[in-house]
Design a protein around this ligand. Structure first.
Ligand SMILES: Cc1cc2nc3c(=O)[nH]c(=O)nc-3n(C[C@H](O)[C@H](O)[C@H](O)COP(=O)(O)O)c2cc1C
Length: 334
């Protein structure tokens, strides 16, 4: 019998497959369905800083009806698409989910600046969340903003959120840092217990007929696994935090690679949205079968076995491999 258990953020999980935030977790019965299929934990869809600010502005408007400030302030806020579930509904849904399932439920906040909105971290904790994931999703388009300023801002946000909660805190970040290992260390020093690698940025397209910028969301494929895989392998053993891999986990093989690189858990969304919750048991059963066949006894034994510190050729994860790979390509035409 293979031991699939793992620990993530101090939580003992029955296996390393976790549902990352998606519209599926907006409904408690979907969370129950995922639990039934064997998912080890669920991270709820995110509550956005903009949503919370939006609501507090609306309240402000209600209290100061007739002033000019409301329309002006609202015009700065982005169109939030279908994210219409009010912050209070978010907290209620989380509390209901907690009561409905036995697996850990992790709350998710998505924001970039410190401020009153982070009190929702405490509300999420009080609703019973087993941990909180803080998603730092920001696209720095201002040439006056330096990387140092932005990074200091992220670190401050993490320590401010840490200060309002006692439950474990994971930080979900993007791969676009000049010196990622140093940044992750700073986030851990600021209070992150886990790092979720990586956010997947949705690249807007241009609609040639309508001459509009079109937000065409495309789900991931297994090929996108390699970016987080490399960084998990590099960071394993170097930062004092649990690592979670997100982006590109579609098969048992993808999840096994994530664990071998050093991830405590492999997170999945696109596979769930494409194939439905049934894919969960397919992935878990596939992991178990592979491990039995290859005589692995436990996830613990496998974890980090292909990390940079463990492999015979550590340079394979760095620049040396770049030259080797380019040189190994055999073009049909020269
Ligand atoms: C429709 C959709 C909604 C998502 N909503 C959130 C969200 O609310 N918060 C968040 O942190 N990530 C969100 N994500 C990102 C996923 O949690 C995940 O990190 C990303 O899709 C990469 O993983 P995958 O390759 O398994 O899809 C969303 C993704 C999709 C496709």
């Amino acid at each position: 019998m293979v031991d699939l258990t793992t620990t993530y953020l101090g939580l003992k999980l029955k296996n390393p497959l976790v549902a990352s935030p998606s519209p599926l977790s907006e409904k408690v019965n979907n969370i129950q369905h995922m639990e039934h299929e064997g998912i080890a934990a669920v991270v709820m869809y995110s509550l956005f800083e903009e949503q919370i600010i939006h609501e507090s502005l609306e309240l402000d408007h209600f209290l100061t009806r007739g002033t000019e400030t409301f329309a002006e302030a609202m015009s700065y806020l982005p169109d939030m698409g279908k994210f219409t579930l009010a912050p209070e509904v978010y907290v209620e849904t989380l509390a209901k989910a907690k009561k409905a399932v036995d697996i850990p439920v992790i709350g998710s906040l998505n924001g970039v600046s410190s401020g009153g909105w982070i009190q929702y971290a405490k509300k999420i904790q009080d609703a019973g969340a087993d941990a909180l994931e803080l998603n730092l999703y920001y696209l720095p388009a201002d040439p006056n903003l330096t990387s140092g300023e932005l990074e200091d801002n992220y670190v401050k946000l993490v320590s401010d959120v840490r200060a309002v909660i006692d439950i474990p805190l994971a930080v979900k970040l993007s791969p676009f840092f000049t010196a990622l290992p140093n940044m992750t260390r700073r986030l851990v020093d600021a209070g992150a217990n886990g790092l979720v690698l990586f956010n997947r940025f949705y690249q807007p397209d241009i609609d040639l007929e309508k001459l509009e910028v079109a937000p065409r969301l495309m789900l991931s494929t297994s090929q996108e696994l390699r970016l987080p895989l490399r960084w998990i392998a590099i960071l394993y053993g170097k930062v004092a935090a649990d690592l979670a891999l997100t982006t590109g986990v579609h098969t048992a093989g993808d999840a096994l690679k994530a664990v071998m690189a050093g991830a405590s858990v492999a997170m999945t969304t696109s596979a769930l949205l494409k194939s439905g919750p049934g894919v969960i048991s397919t992935i878990i059963n596939g992991m178990e079968a592979w491990m039995e066949e290859h005589e692995y006894e436990s996830i613990q034994q496998m974890k980090g076995s292909m990390s940079q510190g463990a492999v015979a050729e550590p340079a394979a994860f760095e620049r040396a491999n770049y030259m080797k790979e380019l040189g190994s390509y055999n073009p049909l035409f020269r």
